[in-house]
Design a protein around this ligand. Structure first.
Ligand code: GRF
Length: 207
């Protein structure tokens, strides 16, 4: 890149269609974006995002967890791929695997995730149903550092959307997704540029 900025090498882990992955690839095309996407890894051979990544010229690897005898063996294969790609930051983007404490520890402060709710509300799955059941009038998405507790790591960025009368889980999911992409690109830029750092279990921000 001619801008001269040192871009951090980022790998994106996916399980499905990869619309957040695509948003990161597109954001990283800007000369002044502080990260480049160097690899995409899916734990499912049929993840649609693999093909999308390849059409963007990004190396994309299927490492299906079902083909490994244990979580440890699968994570070792993922670690090998991350090492081969010389990844410095890992972005989870719809990656539907819980990771071991060892893997999370190895990437502490360098692995981030997007979750479709305003954490700490509505951890886990079916977040849009959870939001509708709770009757909240505001919902959204969160990008956070990954720590051992699921969906519990320090928050980097959030965007809120309204819950509208007559919303279903599907209409709400679409509204949240429409803000996820920008939120994730913004959060990755903060982490890659060193403006958001995980320290003592908190996110510390600087200008
Ligand atoms: C997104 O809603 C993300 O927040 C959640 O899983 C979904 C993945 O969508 N973790 P996509 O594969 O990025 O399109």
């Amino acid at each position: 890149m001619s801008s001269g900025i040192q871009k951090k090498r980022v790998a994106v882990l996916i399980s499905g269609r990869g619309s957040n992955m695509t948003a990161l690839i597109e954001a990283a095309r800007a000369a002044d974006y502080p990260a480049e996407i160097v690899a995409v890894i899916a734990n499912k051979a049929d993840a649609g995002g693999l093909e999308t990544a390849r059409t963007h010229g990004i190396a994309a690897h299927a490492i299906p967890h079902r083909e490994y005898p244990s979580k440890q063996a699968h994570e070792a294969a993922v670690s090998d791929a991350l090492r081969a790609a010389k990844a410095e930051i890992v972005c989870l983007a719809g990656y539907m695997r819980l990771m071991s404490a060892e893997f999370v520890g190895a990437w502490e402060g360098r692995m981030i995730n997007i979750h479709p709710s305003l954490l700490p509300l509505f951890k886990g799955l079916h977040t849009h149903e959870q939001a509708l059941d709770a009757g909240v009038r505001v919902h959204g998405c969160t990008v956070h550092f990954v720590t051992a507790g699921m969906d519990e790591g320090p928050i980097i960025a959030q965007t809120a959307v309204p819950v509208l009368n007559g919303d279903t889980a599907d209409t709400l999911a679409l509204r949240v997704l429409s803000v996820e992409h920008e939120t994730y690109a913004r959060a990755l830029a903060l982490v890659a540029s060193g403006k958001a750092v995980m320290k003592d279990g908190r996110t510390v921000f600087s200008d």
